[in-house]
Write a protein that binds this ligand. Structure first.
Ligand code: 1CP
Length: 366
């Protein structure tokens, strides 16, 4: 990380922002995402900023989750914590997929131990009218936090992110976390026009959220479609993929790598490869050499150690991590970003993650 003092984001010119974005351009993470040769495999962890770290629990004490996302200095500190601790190759911006929904006026709260809860779910054409477009001025705190972070991170890239239309729609329609997504699917199957209107509005909100982060200096973005694995391929292709493709197209001109992730997506990997991302995230159920065949040529892959492996002894973690690296050799010399198959769990030992980063760097050195 750079020692340079943070410049005031308000005083920043477009040119400075371009220069600052440039600082991470040759980082191992961005090179791998562009499928350029790398000296070792880069690694970061989904949900690396958060509940597994005692220093996170300390700074969050007494501050509700969504309030914390609106405090730039706090967002900066939480985003940097795992970078300092684990020596990961990228920072993921500390926020949440529902933050832009709150910014457009949806009554959403993140309840501890539950997740996002929506006071008035969206289930009718009238409800849909409440989902207005997201304007850059709706989120000055995001622009400020990204600016502070990019100054501090120097050559370490910052990954911006957003929720994909299907996963956001699930929270909005169900009213909270759901295992079966039955109300969401009922709308998708039973009211296709309403559904199309919903995912279209969400695609616009998500595109705007990603643009805000990229324009402030994020040098890669990840679209989280965490729950899309609940769909059959034909339904995904018909009812969801066009909205996700709109998001990737909306940010294509910035030239920053676009990562696309979901859980349980083994049967969807081919379509996700076509949806428009540069890198496809894979959970632990499909070995990366098989995923490479399904996703198709010219795409990077991210993943895919089973997060639960981290609870096993170190030598087992290393054996399993080596298997992931071995499977990724199918991609050739580049194009693999090491990650877990899903997020860091709250009870995980942070030291096991630090050891894993060092191991991946060492075992993959070329
Ligand atoms: O009180 C707390 O500490 C709240 C826990 C928490 C945290 C740390 C939530 C609530 N969100 C976050 C931060 C967060 N969420 C990040 C930050 C950066 C990082 O990864 O380190 C990111 C990228 C997200 C994205 C997110 N939020 C996703 C997609 C990623 C994934 O894990 O699949 C999803 C599905 C959410 C919704 C959400 N927010 C919070 C929870 C507990 C959930 C999941 C609830 C559910 O099971 O449906």
């Amino acid at each position: 990380m750079s020692e340079t003092p943070a410049a005031s984001p308000a005083a920043e010119t477009d040119q400075q922002s371009t220069v600052r974005r440039g600082a991470a351009y040759d980082s191992v993470f961005l090179r791998a995402a562009r499928r350029e040769p790398v000296p070792y495999t880069p690694v970061w962890f989904m949900r690396q900023a958060g509940r597994s770290l005692p220093e996170y629990l300390k700074v969050r004490e007494g501050i509700p989750m969504l309030d914390s996302c609106m405090r730039p200095e706090l967002v900066k500190e939480i985003t940097l914590q795992p970078v300092r601790r684990h020596d990961v190759d990228a920072a993921i911006f500390f926020s949440d997929i529902v933050v832009p929904l709150k910014a457009v006026g949806i009554d959403v709260d993140i309840k501890p131990g539950v997740g996002p809860v929506i006071a008035d779910p969206i289930r009718t054409v009238e409800d849909l009218q409440r989902l207005r477009p997201l304007e850059p001025d709706d989120m000055p705190y995001i622009t400020e936090a990204v600016g502070l972070l990019v100054d501090e991170l120097g050559g370490t890239p910052l990954i911006g992110f957003a929720g994909a239309p299907f996963t956001l729609a699930s929270y909005l329609v169900e009213g909270g976390p759901s295992k079966s997504h039955e109300k969401t699917k009922a709308m998708m199957y039973g009211a296709p026009e309403l559904w199309a209107g919903l995912v279209d509005r969400l695609a616009a909100i998500t595109s705007a959220f990603l643009k805000i982060q990229i324009e402030a200096g994020a040098s890669a973005v990840q679209l989280f479609d965490s729950w899309v694995g609940a769909l059959a391929p034909d339904d995904y292709r018909r009812s969801v993929m066009p909205a996700s493709t709109k998001v990737f197209e909306a940010v294509a001109d910035y030239g920053v790598p676009r990562i696309h992730f979901g859980v349980g997506t083994g049967e969807l990997l081919g379509l996700m490869g076509q949806a428009g991302a540069d890198v496809v995230g894979v959970d632990w159920r499909v070995p990366l050499n098989v995923a490479a065949d399904r996703v198709g040529p010219d795409k990077g892959l991210q993943g895919n150690l089973d997060p639960a492996v981290l609870y096993a002894p170190t030598h087992v973690v290393e054996t399993k991590a080596r298997e992931v690296l071995h499977a990724a050799a199918a991609l050739g010399d580049s194009g693999h970003i090491f990650n877990l198959g899903h997020g860091v769990m709250p009870t995980m030992d942070p030291d096991a993650l630090t050891r894993l980063v060092a191991f991946v760097h060492e075992a993959s050195a070329r």
